[in-house]
Write a protein that binds this ligand. Structure first.
Ligand code: IPT
Length: 953
């Protein structure tokens, strides 16, 4: 006999999208119809299973006085009830679709509300949920009005007949796991709850239902054509364009087009008998033509990011200001496109994209990545029983977002394998909206899609694709290419993005890409700083793979974002080689240069000695000009540079006058050679050797002081606290050097002292630096000399044995005692830079503190190196490098940095550890993509480099 018959919670495991909801329709931000936000504090009760409690709580009069309270929108696991789980693609429950575990955290939410006194007395009303994870059942005043899945999609219910003026009881039961969870396996935290707005909307008789704004632009005539299809007839007015037409009728007038660079929106109104809805209309036409994505007749280059919704305390429950901050940060960092990975965002985000100007790839709430573990068996997207749910998701996205000019591409979802369900979605979308393109990366042959899209392809392959030598189906060969994900911004990195950008700008077919991803999903944590996977005791998790953004969790830009901003600048500023003029190229797709002002400055040894404004012709998009620079100032001695900057000429919606958009820097006269510093002989006395300002231990040859500055532990150093990109993802088939370095023991090098030799002009210390267990080593000679005032160290390194791996770093390290602040240097700055992340590093004089030199990656790792440093002063010591060096200083050792899991594991000691590196290995993107390109390898080869030490006077 079986006891599992019909249960009141059967809907949870039902593949259907739900029941009771109204058909999906266009979203509009406001109207003159009344509405009531039901956001705020709700009563809350958590149960361990879906059916632990009956539905008595939904009945009017139920006393929930002893329940907890949660904020809506919100996730209960971030409000003290249960905890979040992070997995990349593994389902955190047994895979047996559509069944889910008996342990199914279920949150009953209760809210009692009165209608405002001026709420209209006619009965039409709709209750709207903008996002609930993952499945909800809803009762109003004791009546069951339906249930739904599709976490990041809106659901509306007709409720007018159930409303009372006062004491309405809205009960919502939310289940963490449902059949829908199988469709929502995006790489992110699993966060149940009512995480977007809940709103009651008055629906007046004759009010607006669904409508579709068609606003196209003909670049050959400069005219826009507007037609608004509406389920309810009415009129459309656009005062600025003198438009007043009936719905369904089209009208063509001269307009300014909408582009991400010039986001012209026209305010209009859709008026039906019962309602007036404000419209924000952007005229633009998206087509596939000549194998390219063109908007308003021109190909576009996506300089994009993948954006998950994230707030370090509120999870995916974002407020408007946070969304605006995201958009402003993107605009200020030259980003022009967003892929809404991997679900439609809060609708207000798209309003902001329309307003400020960002191209949007709007992606459906769909990912079934976990099925990859079973060779995609039982994948819902290839099982007709699930197709209604997939079509429901496609429709809810397209219908909600179809009136946004910013949305230019619909994406079916992410990492869901292949199958008939995806084809059905693509067919439906193409049929419903022929004015946009369809994307899905998993459709490798572009059977259903209009764009060839890949993720994390290496540079060489991208170049092949750009050259159209990649083969593939006939259809695919005709299509443009985008990298929907590249440049994995986990920890330090991504490296190599400038090299991608060069490819994008060299081959028409390559229409750009989207960095993975916008922001680290760290959760603010009292002891750990920011928590990541595993910090909540999850039995399965993927660690800090969830912290892979260009922003830290608190939205501070990481060096990766600064680098990206430079790499994608919309104006290219290059020197002509002889210092007399500058070449300016307008790299926009649409905008001319009228919004920008140009400034020149002239630096001697990194200090600006003169500056002025530069008059640059108002170049159209794509045009270049050679612009003459003024006569350079007379300079007797020193290294000189021109710096030319493009800044906003006046305040814009997203940036203030003077905001720097682009810059270029080029040398005029080269570096003055570092003096030789020889002539003084080392003197041995009392167990010490002195050589000019240097004091050494006579037995070991170790430097102990430069003048009055104590120095400890100076020696060759090859180890860096491996970055996420050094470690690489475990599925990578390429060599993962982080792993190999550790295996070889580069983190535990032994230093054998072979000889301390006193000569006439030098103190020479011979050593061999090598790891236990292996034959490889680095014969290292430290040769000290002095002119009496300054102390010169020449290091020569000769690899011995069979080195099959590059070195993490190559240089020296030493400790300084006490506070070493301030730190000043002449070299690259202001931020960190590594061989393949150095585009944004600008030569100058910089001042900082040891603490401020650190880049606070959520999982601590190598960071903070300043590149191309000529000299640095720290803790009373001055160091000049020949050649230039990478400069790093911190209040903990590399070993401590390497061992730390969270920022809070790092506590400053008494010593400041300084690294002066002749080289660093590239960064790459191997935490998900390819490693560094060969030209950024730090190979184990013979090397010589020197430093000149002196006491700061
Ligand atoms: C790719 C996913 O699309 C994205 O959601 C994220 O997981 C990213 O990787 C890594 O952070 S999938 C990967 C297997 C290429």
């Amino acid at each position: 006999m079986s006891f599992r018959t019909h249960s009141p919670v059967d809907y949870v495991e039902d593949v259907s999208p739900g029941s009771g909801a109204l058909p999906p329709r266009a979203r509009y931000a406001s109207s003159d119809a009344a509405s009531l936000s039901l956001n705020g504090s709700w009563r809350f009760r958590l149960s361990a299973t879906a059916d632990a409690e009956d539905d008595a709580f939904a009945e009017p009069g139920y006393d929930a006085g002893d329940w907890a309270e949660v904020s809506v929108p919100g996730h209960w696991v971030l409000q003290g009830h249960g905890s979040p789980i992070y997995t990349n693609h593994l389902y955190p429950f047994p895979v047996d679709p559509p069944r889910v575990p008996t342990e199914n955290p279920t949150g009953d939410h209760l809210r009692v509300f009165d209608l405002p006194s001026d709420w209209p007395s006619d009965s039409g009303a709709v209750l709207r949920f903008d996002g609930v994870e993952s499945c909800a059942r809803v009762w109003l005043n004791g009546t069951d009005i339906g249930e739904f899945k599709g976490s990041r999609l809106p659901h509306e219910f007709a409720v007018g007949h159930l409303l009372k003026p006062a004491g309405n009881v809205l009960a919502v039961r939310v289940h963490q796991w449902s059949a829908g969870s199988y469709l929502e396996d995006q790489d992110q935290w699993w966060l149940p709850g009512i995480f977007r707005d809940v709103t009651l909307l008055h629906r007046p008789a004759g009010g607006v239902l669904d409508f579709f704004v068609h606003a196209s632009y003909d670049h050959t005539t400069g005219e826009g054509t507007l037609k608004v299809d509406s389920d309810v007839d009415g009129r459309v007015t656009v005062p600025a364009l003198d438009i007043d037409v009936a719905t369904g009728e089209s009208v063509t007038v001269p307009v300014e087009p909408w582009t991400a660079e010039t986001p012209t929106l026209y305010d209009g109104v859709l008026a039906t008998e019962g309602e007036r809805v404000p419209l924000r209309i952007g005229f633009r036409t998206v087509v596939l033509e000549d194998g390219l994505i063109k908007v308003n007749g021109r190909p576009v280059l996506f300089k994009g990011v993948n954006r998950h919704e994230w707030h370090p305390e509120k999870g995916r429950a974002l407020d408007l200001e946070t969304m605006r901050e995201d958009v402003l940060l993107m605009k200020r960092h030259n980003i022009n496109a967003v892929r809404t990975s991997h679900y439609p965002p809060h609708p207000a985000f798209l309003d902001l994209c329309d307003e400020y100007g960002l191209w949007v790839v709007d992606e459906c709430d769909l990912e079934t990545h976990g099925f990859v573990e079973q060779a995609w068996r039982d994948n819902p997207v290839d099982d007709d029983r699930w197709t209604p749910a997939l079509l429901d998701r496609a429709a809810r996205m397209v219908e909600r977002d179809k009136n946004h000019p910013s949305v230019v591409i619909w994406s079916l979802g992410n990492e869901a394998g292949t199958g008939r369900g995806l084809t059905a979605m693509a067919e439906w979308i193409h049929g419903r909206d022929s004015s946009r393109l369809v994307h899905y990366e998993g459709d490798i042959n572009c059977r259903d899609t209009d764009v060839y899209s890949r993720m994390y392809a290496g540079h060489a392959e991208v170049e092949q694709i750009g050259r159209r030598l990649d083969g593939g189906t006939h259809k695919r060969r005709e299509l443009p290419f985008i990298l929907c994900e590249y440049g994995h911004a986990m920890g330090n990195g991504p490296g190599g993005i400038a090299d991608y950008q060069r490819l994008f700008e060299s081959y028409d077919r390559l229409q750009g890409g989207f960095i993975w991803e916008w922001i680290d999903h760290g959760i603010k944590h009292p002891e750990l700083g920011y928590a990541y996977g595993g910090d909540f005791g999850e039995e399965l998790h993927d660690g800090n793979f969830v912290c892979d953004g260009l922003l830290f969790p608190d939205r501070e830009p990481s060096p990766g974002l600064v680098e990206y901003k430079k790499v994608i600048e919309p104006v290219r500023i290059e020197g002509d080689g002889d210092g007399g003029s500058v070449r300016i190229r307008n790299a926009h797709d649409f905008a001319d240069l009228s919004a920008l002002a140009f400034e020149w400055s002239f630096q001697v040894d990194g200090e600006t000695v003169e500056s002025g404004s530069l008059s640059v012709p108002v170049l159209a998009a794509g045009e270049s000009a050679e612009v003459k620079l003024p006569e350079p100032p007379e300079v007797r001695r020193g290294e000189t540079h021109w710096t030319v900057r493009a800044v906003l000429a006046s305040d814009t919606a997203w940036g203030a006058k003077g905001h720097q958009v682009a810059w270029g820097q080029f040398p005029v006269t080269g570096r003055v050679p570092v003096p030789a510093a020889a002539g003084t002989a080392p003197v041995l006395a009392d167990g010490r050797i002195t050589l000019g300002p240097g004091t050494f231990d006579a037995r070991t040859g170790a430097l102990t002081a430069v003048g009055g500055v104590d120095v400890t532990g100076l020696r060759l150093d090859v180890w860096r606290a491996t970055t996420d990109n050094d470690d690489g993802a475990e599925w990578q088939t390429d060599l993962r050097y982080g792993f190999m370095w550790r295996k070889l023991g580069l983190h535990r090098m032994r230093h054998r002292l072979d000889a301390v030799e006193l000569g006439d002009g030098a103190l020479t210390v011979q050593t061999r630096v090598a790891p236990a267990a292996w034959e490889v080593g680095l014969a290292t000679v430290y040769r000290w000399s002095s002119d009496g005032e300054r102390l010169r160290l020449a290091v020569s390194v000769t690899p011995e044995g069979d080195w099959t791996v590059p070195l993490p770093r190559l240089g020296i390290r030493f400790g300084l005692s006490g506070a070493a602040d301030p730190v000043t240097w002449f070299g690259g700055g202001p931020g960190e830079a590594y061989p393949d992340t150095r585009s944004a590093s600008r030569l100058g004089r910089w001042e900082s503190t040891v603490d401020a030199l650190q880049t606070p990656y959520v999982r601590p790792q190598e960071n903070g190196a300043r590149a191309d440093v000529r000299w640095a002063e720290i803790g009373g010591l001055r160091v000049e490098g020949d050649p230039e060096f990478f400069f790093t200083a911190r209040r903990w050792t590399t070993e401590q940095l390497d061992a730390a899991r969270h920022r809070t594991d790092l506590t400053p000691g008494d010593t400041v550890w300084v690294n002066l590196d002749h080289g660093q290995h590239g960064i790459g993107s191997q935490s998900c993509g390819p490693g560094p390109l060969p030209q950024y390898f730090l190979r184990a080869e013979p090397a010589e480099f020197s430093f000149l030490f002196s006491e700061v006077s």
